[in-house]
Write a protein that binds this ligand. Structure first.
Ligand code: FAD
Length: 403
């Protein structure tokens, strides 16, 4: 059989999705140039949960051992009632049921550590070229190829195809799909990781258990877990603002954070002063779309399927995207059919997770009778009952034969 000539592919965006895509494409035998607008590569100083579908993707990308060197494998996911401080339910991530069903670890990691592992693998791969300080302003395409233009008056880049991994506010998606701005949920997150020694009192006990703790309350929640070999503790406080105003940053403030968490139990209130206030993240998603492929350009990661973080799957899905894209480009030498095969494999699953992430958030933030019923229902589930999460944590395409 004829070995197809390697394609020249540009990846726009050097976040977790873009780096994973660059690595997958290079491992499939093509040449990749990744362009990132920032002056240097990096991620924000907070944590990330990686469910077993992400561990599987990382394994397929050859970086799971590097990620495991710093990540923590929590023994449990624990849901607590943020008001009463009572445990609602837990899932045992070390049970035989977990291992049989998923085979890959549930990990929690510092974003910087995951990003660094992917970046190092890209740097080591001879077929990957990395460029920072390159802001893509425009992409042209015709029958023979595509051309990227940059804001910094840099030379245009001619390639065979383009992967748009430029995130939630994707400029490329805007020009191709034109579905307006992301949808703001009126919820906002404050988050960050701090040295483990800072956790004292009852909080220290939870932290030492290394479990992922989710404290669910009315229109708010707090998530906590250790990262970086247990040296840091990550905390994310999320709440709905009553003062949301489009096109303004004047809502979801620190004062509102304090107010919304006032009625919570002592342990949650003790955690509040230790939650990073440096920056706030308004939480957005979009409605799912069908058209990920536009000739020689394809969407990936948050650019394709931005979702609310309630299922902790945004980055996991970007990693699944990367693996699927690499596989498609490994067996098809024409970019457009490969992109179409990748999108066909990925879009329904990503859409389902996008839609369910919203529902999951609503369940987490119930109040009154709704919260009582939720707690009763969840309490009836055993710690090795993974039926609710199984479809999320199992990529449908894992091990599936090539299309
Ligand atoms: P991004 O990380 O946004 O990367 C896009 C990159 O493109 C950036 O580096 C940007 O600078 C660059 N760029 C943009 N425009 C251009 C341009 N024109 N030219 C060149 N470069 C450009 N996911 C999980 O899996 N687990 C979790 O536990 C989890 N928790 C979360 C908690 C919160 C509070 C939030 C907000 C999200 C969470 N997510 C989680 C989601 C996850 O963070 C995202 O889905 C993921 O980081 C998306 O990666 P990406 O590479 O697609 O996009």
């Amino acid at each position: 059989s004829v070995i197809p000539a390697p394609l020249r592919i540009a990846v726009v965006g050097g976040g977790i999705g873009g780096l994973a895509a660059a690595l997958a494409i290079a491992r499939a035998g093509h040449h990749v140039t990744l362009v990132e607008q920032a002056a240097r590569f990096g991620e924000i100083g907070a944590g990330l949960q990686l469910a077993p579908n992400a561990s599987l993707a990382l394994e397929e990308l050859g970086v799971l051992p590097a990620v495991q060197r710093t990540a923590v494998a929590p023994p449990q996911l624990v849901m607590m009632d943020a008001l009463t401080g009572d445990q609602v339910a837990s899932l045992d991530l070390r049970s035989a049921a977990y291992t049989e069903r998923f085979a890959h670890p549930y990990l929690v990691t510092h974003r910087t550590d995951l990003h660094a592992a992917l970046l190092a693998a890209c740097q080591e791969h001879p077929a990957v070229t990395l460029r920072t300080g390159h802001t893509v302003t425009h992409v042209d395409q015709d029958e023979s190829g595509a051309r990227l233009l940059f804001a910094e008056h840099r030379q245009a880049l001619a390639v065979d195809a383009v992967v748009a991994a430029d995130g939630l506010h994707s400029r490329l998606r805007q020009t191709l799909v034109g579905d307006g701005k992301p949808v703001c949920s009126r919820y906002v997150a404050f988050r960050g990781a701090l040295p483990m020694e800072r956790m004292t009192g009852p909080m220290a006990r939870h932290a030492a258990s290394e479990a992922v703790m989710v404290w669910a309350g009315p229109r708010m929640h707090l998530v906590q877990y250790p990262v970086r070999r247990g040296q840091l503790y990550n905390q994310v406080a999320v709440f709905e603002s009553d003062h949301y105003t489009p096109d303004s940053d004047d809502w979801g403030t620190e004062a509102e954070l304090e107010e919304r968490f006032t009625g919570s139990c002592q342990t949650v209130r003790d955690a509040l002063p230790l939650i990073s206030r440096d920056r706030r993240w308004p939480l957005y998603d979009r409605e799912p779309i069908e058209d990920w492929v536009h000739g020689r350009i394809v969407l990936l990661g948050d650019a394709a399927h931005p979702m609310l973080q309630y299922l902790a799957q945004g980055a996991c899905q970007a990693l699944e995207d990367a693996v699927a894209l690499g596989r498609a480009l490994g067996r098809l030498d024409d970019p457009t059919p490969a992109f179409i095969a990748y999108a066909a494999q990925r879009k329904d699953r990503a859409a389902r997770i996008q839609t369910n992430a919203r529902r999951f958030g609503e369940i987490c933030h119930l109040e009154g009778m709704g919260a009582t019923l939720r707690n009763l229902l969840l309490a009836s589930r055993g710690p090795d009952d993974f039926d609710d999460m199984s479809w999320v944590w199992t990529p449908a395409a894992a091990g599936a034969p090539a299309l």
